[in-house]
Design a protein. Structure first.
Length: 303
């Protein structure tokens, strides 16, 4: 028996498995924008593309290859409310004439383009003695912009199959379908609400990601495609093992540093460092740290 999934559910799988044309077509359906409206928004961003080209892309007759087309695709991902590179990576390895856009590894790339607006986010990051991230507990508040919204799609990218985390719903949601694409380390999952919410109503959920072993990166950040009213980031370091250094940083949509560059983030006696941003975005906001040198346990008393 053939099961036909609603577009929002189908998109979660397509962002992982592809193909590119199907993922683009369903993303456009979920966003509810006509090709003409998409063309207008891209033109305003300085990335003109024809309606015919957009039609060919979503039908599979053609694919973006030229530099200007790949630039337009990057803007299209943002217009559709998708994580950075979520569509472009489905094109496969870049051809010699393809773009040279830097792909920043990020495990903090949620997609909130399913009729929801993120209003508040609170991340608590648990750091291992080695300095890598062991897990992240996230609490977020979202407001519905369309009727019948009953889920949020989490798109989590680590860049490595070795560190795909386990996902647990902590409160006010439950984990639905989960898809993993291990080549690039991508996890896409549904977080289902207890009940559908109506336009103007809000929902607060909490979930946790636990890594099989600490990450190599000593950083945590989120990229916000739209303005968020309240973002709080807490880093919890092991008791008695404060980092050698810790700082907060932020950048705008074009990657330019904000707030005069990185700023020191002090660690309190409880082992916590935190950063807070009000009415932030679009842009990237996060913290990074350097683990303190660990004393060698193998040093000898003498020879």
């Amino acid at each position: 028996m053939l099961t036909i999934y609603p577009p929002r559910e189908e998109l979660a799988d397509l962002l992982v498995t592809g193909p590119f044309a199907d993922a683009l077509r369903v993303a456009i359906q979920v966003r509810g924008l006509s090709l003409e409206r998409l063309q207008h928004r891209l033109r305003v961003r300085g990335a003109p593309i024809s309606v015919t080209a957009l039609s060919y892309w979503q039908s599979g007759r053609r694919r973006p290859e030229r530099p200007e087309s790949l630039m337009a695709l990057a803007h299209l991902e943002d217009v559709l409310g998708l994580p950075e590179t979520s569509l472009s990576r489905l094109l496969g390895p870049p051809r010699p004439r393809g773009r040279s856009r830097r792909r920043e590894l990020s495990s903090r790339a949620p997609w909130d383009g399913s009729g929801l607006v993120l209003t508040a986010q609170h991340d608590r990051v648990d750091v291992a003695p080695c300095g890598g991230v062991r897990g992240v507990r996230s609490r977020q508040v979202m407001q519905a912009t369309s009727a019948g919204v009953d889920r949020w799609i989490l798109c989590h990218e680590t860049g490595s199959a070795e560190v795909l985390p386990a996902l647990t719903a902590v409160r006010s949601c439950r984990v639905g379908r989960v898809a993993r694409e291990r080549t690039n380390g991508v996890l896409v999952a549904e977080l289902l609400f207890d009940d559908p919410i109506s336009p103007g109503d809000s929902v607060a959920i909490e979930y946790e990601l636990i890594y099989p072993h600490p990450t190599v990166e000593h950083t945590h950040f989120r990229r916000f495609g739209e303005r968020v009213h309240d973002y709080v980031l807490e880093i919890k370091f092991p008791a008695g093992s404060p980092p050698a250094s810790c700082e907060q940083f932020a950048s705008g949509p074009a990657g330019t540093e904000m707030f005069g560059g990185a700023r020191p983030a002090p660690v309190d006696t409880w082992g916590y460092a935190h950063a807070a941003a009000l009415d932030f975005g679009p842009g990237l906001y996060g913290m990074r740290w350097t683990a303190a040198a660990r004393a060698s346990g193998s040093s000898s008393q003498g020879k």
